[in-house]
Design a protein around this ligand. Structure first.
Ligand SMILES: NC(=O)c1ccc[n+]([C@@H]2O[C@H](COP(=O)([O-])OP(=O)(O)OC[C@H]3O[C@@H](n4cnc5c(N)ncnc54)[C@H](OP(=O)(O)O)[C@@H]3O)[C@@H](O)[C@H]2O)c1
Length: 292
């Protein structure tokens, strides 16, 4: 009989990647039925999931901020993929923790669930519940450079990357939509070996000069890296989110994304299930039209 995996964030980057990776896998697509969670079953991304066919058994409405909606979302699940989303609204500082706790509590009450992804506090909370879990920690999305216009063409036609960190800062880049699911697949294929483990989902640590150099080679456009001080960086951002975004960039230098931990073990796990991670160069080749 099929096992059921409930996927939160199914209409988003990570959850969508997990669903596509399971469906593309000959073994797991037979082993798992997928329950895709959304707050709005009529939105186009949810409808698209519905159309993926028989393997996605249902697209169910639930909201992580409302614990009462989660029992039925999780019921009968063998595994749950959890991704929470932060609120950028300063008046709601605990939004992500509330979401993570709600899902963890619902999972504990439901019994048999095994796979989670989340950030530090939620990770601690989940570990404390005793629910069997694996943590897949996504790196820095390559998509950020497109979605947030981080490589922006200046008046001289040069694409400019600006960060408040030095040239040695190490960004563990991940093609979120393409590769997050591959790392989660590694966890799903080796559940007992990876119980309690942390998988660092990233291709490689890239420095800003390397990011820019690959960009020039892949797109044929001129590019440069400029380091600015913290105040200047904040001045580019909407005031409500400036402090949080600044912190997110500064931590890459100190203490380091993943505190500088090596990626070798995680990449070995990926290799064991037959995948190579997408390089920054490959991502750029695939998306170079965006930078016309
Ligand atoms: N940008 C980066 O470089 C980066 C790197 C690592 C980690 N992250 C983290 O990744 C997370 C976001 O993941 P993503 O990029 O996959 O998200 P995304 O593409 O922005 O999509 C968000 C997903 O979360 C769902 N969602 C939001 N609020 C919800 C709620 N209250 N209840 C149920 N579902 C809810 C949405 O579903 P519906 O709208 O359909 O309900 C949607 O599927 C954040 O925690 C972010 O900090 C980002």
């Amino acid at each position: 009989m099929s096992k059921l995996i409930t996927v939160f964030g199914a209409t988003g980057t990570q959850g969508g990647s997990v669903i596509r990776a399971i469906l593309a896998d000959a073994v797991l697509s037979q082993e798992f039925k997928i329950r895709a969670i959304t707050r709005n079953v009529s939105k186009p991304a949810a409808q698209a999931l519905q159309k993926l066919g028989v393997e996605v058994k249902n697209v169910e409405k639930a909201d992580m901020t409302s614990k009462s909606s989660l029992a039925s979302a999780i019921s009968g699940s063998h595994s749950v993929f959890l991704v929470t989303t932060p609120s950028w609204d300063a008046s709601d500082p605990n939004a992500e923790l509330v979401q993570g706790k709600n899902v963890a509590d619902a999972a504990r009450e439901a019994g048999h669930v095994s796979h989670f992804d989340q950030k530090a506090q939620v990770e601690q909370y989940i570990r404390a519940t005793g629910v069997p879990c694996t943590f897949v920690l996504p790196g820095y999305y390559m998509e950020n450079y497109i979605r947030f216009g981080m490589l922006r063409r200046d008046d001289e036609g040069v694409y400019t990357l600006v960060y408040p960190v030095g040239k040695e800062a190490k960004f563990p880049l991940l093609d979120g939509a393409e590769d997050m699911g591959k790392f989660v697949l590694a966890a799903l294929k080796h559940p007992s070996k990876l119980l309690g483990a942390r998988i660092l989902a990233a291709t490689e640590y890239y420095t800003p000069p390397w990011i820019v150099a690959e960009f020039e080679e892949a797109t044929g456009k001129r590019a440069r890296y400029i380091q600015v001080d913290a105040q200047t960086y904040k001045s580019f951002l909407p005031p409500a989110m400036a402090d949080v975004v600044l912190e997110n960039q500064l931590l890459i230098e100190d203490p380091g994304y993943y505190a500088g931990e090596g990626l070798e073990e995680s990449l070995e796990l990926l290799g064991d299930v037959g995948f190579e991670p997408t390089t920054w160069r490959e991502f750029l080749e695939r998306n170079k039209d965006v930078f016309e």
